[in-house]
Design a protein around this ligand. Structure first.
Ligand code: FES
Ligand code: FE
Length: 424
């Protein structure tokens, strides 16, 4: 756990730290280490914004549920009998017992283990024993959490009034996601990693490839040109650049041919629901995440008609990133557990009809991102150790860390907005 060598951080210290943040620099240490900053992040970020928490494929049938922990709140994500995905606080409306203990499963109804109050999976209270005449079940349905499904991904928001810009973001990203038909996928594999670092370090680490020399498996799938432009690519990489340009043109032509949207969008730090989307070609065969670029699943997703369709990626603030390829998707959700531990959930999705052992095998499917996750975990843990050291002071971002800066800038602006409306 974090050791505070000097006086504890007080909320007014945090207000000062956020207020004096220097643009272009990493955050000051207590924002990564203190319990007070963690609580502030829960209040300002994780209970105020839309969070990616599950793929729809995790709850394929009515009654299927997952539970997720968002700060102090446990939330049930469940598919109801009309096949709508719903979300509820995992709290009984009688005297507050936790309803579900498991991380996932399937139920007919939601039955409280304490006194057996029984709820439909749409949240309605169906039955409560020993009530007086006139007891009105309709007054005691489960407390709902705002939930939206976009392109097969489930987002929740714990705020009473969620950021209204999510409708706009959903409408704009949905055409990019729709061709993959992620609602018709299945979970091929899922891994939970407890990162030994603050959630912001996990996000910052994801938002740059400055460290990508540490990812030999991942970088062998992409063109090794990160950080270069046509103007400054060195002579030794000129031929690689030419191949990259050809692959980019082919990917763009494929988008046009298939009638899919092509242009990237980048609105990471100027709105409550920050996001970006982009297509990127892959090296080698250009089909999927392997050293040679070959496919890892024989069944293509959705209406994608081209194996060689590169990587479409979506990044969303505050807690997610997504990679969609012609043959699978791998998606990531970040949920803080404590000031210095964070749950990273990685989920691999394949076509619903793909058969393990026939169309794909899990080790091959997951190889690149399993290795990448392990390498990133080590980077996050070593950074957490560093920011806890009294010798740490914020450092400057490089030219290739623009998306880290955008994340931190988004974070600072959202916390400032929260502090401006909250008596702390
Ligand atoms: Fe759930 Fe009593 S607390 S039925
Ligand atoms: Fe990384």
């Amino acid at each position: 756990m974090t050791i505070q060598l000097d006086r504890p951080t007080r909320p007014d210290d945090l207000t000062d730290l956020i207020g004096r943040h220097t643009a272009g620099y990493s955050l000051e240490a207590p924002l990564y280490t203190s319990r007070e900053a963690f609580d502030l992040d829960m209040a300002a970020i994780f209970t105020k914004h839309w969070l990616f928490v599950a793929a729809e494929a995790e709850v394929p049938e009515p009654g299927d549920f997952v539970t997720v922990q968002v700060g102090p709140s446990s939330v049930i994500i469940v598919r109801d009998d009309d096949e709508q995905v719903r979300a509820f606080y995992n709290v009984c409306r009688h005297r507050g017992s936790r309803l579900l203990d498991d991380a996932r499963g399937s139920v007919g109804n939601l039955v409280c283990p304490y006194h057996r109050w029984t709820y439909n999976v749409d949240g309605r209270l169906l039955h409560a024993d020993n009530q007086p005449a006139g007891f009105d079940c309709s007054r005691f349905g489960l407390k709902p959490v705002h939930v939206r499904s976009v392109g097969g991904f489930v987002f929740i928001c714990l705020a009473d009034e969620p950021p209204a810009d999510f409708d706009d973001v959903a409408a704009r990203i949905d055409p990019y996601l729709a061709p993959y038909e992620l609602g018709r996928t299945k979970v091929a594999h899922q891994i939970d990693i407890v990162e030994q670092g603050n959630w912001k370090l996990v996000m910052e680490n994801n938002r740059e490839c400055y460290h990508c020399d540490g990812h030999p498996e991942l970088t062998s799938a992409y063109f090794p040109l990160h950080g270069y432009t046509a103007e400054d690519v060195p002579p030794r990489l000129r031929r690689t650049w030419d191949r990259f340009e050809k692959a980019t043109a082919a990917l763009q032509a494929s988008c046009v041919r298939q009638g899919f949207p092509l242009d990237g969008m980048r609105e990471l730090d100027n709105r409550p629901t920050g996001f970006m989307v982009a297509h990127a070609p892959l090296d080698g065969a250009g089909k999927s995440y392997t050293a040679g670029g070959e496919s890892v699943c024989r069944k293509r997703l959705g209406s994608i008609a081209d194996d060689r369709f590169g990587d479409f990626h979506l990044h969303m603030q505050p807690n997610s990133w997504f990679h969609l390829l012609s043959d699978h998707a791998v998606v990531f959700s970040v949920l803080p557990l404590s000031p210095d531990t964070t749950l990273l959930r990685s989920t691999w999705l394949v076509h619903a009809d793909a058969v393990e052992g026939v169309d794909y095998d899990v080790p091959t499917l997951t190889h690149v991102w399993s290795a990448t996750n392990a390498q990133d975990s080590a980077f996050v843990a070593r950074t957490q150790r560093g920011v806890e050291d009294p010798g740490y002071q914020p450092g400057p971002y490089s030219e290739v860390e623009g998306d880290v800066e955008a994340f931190v800038s988004w974070y600072v602006s959202r916390v400032r907005a929260h502090l401006a409306t909250t008596a702390y």
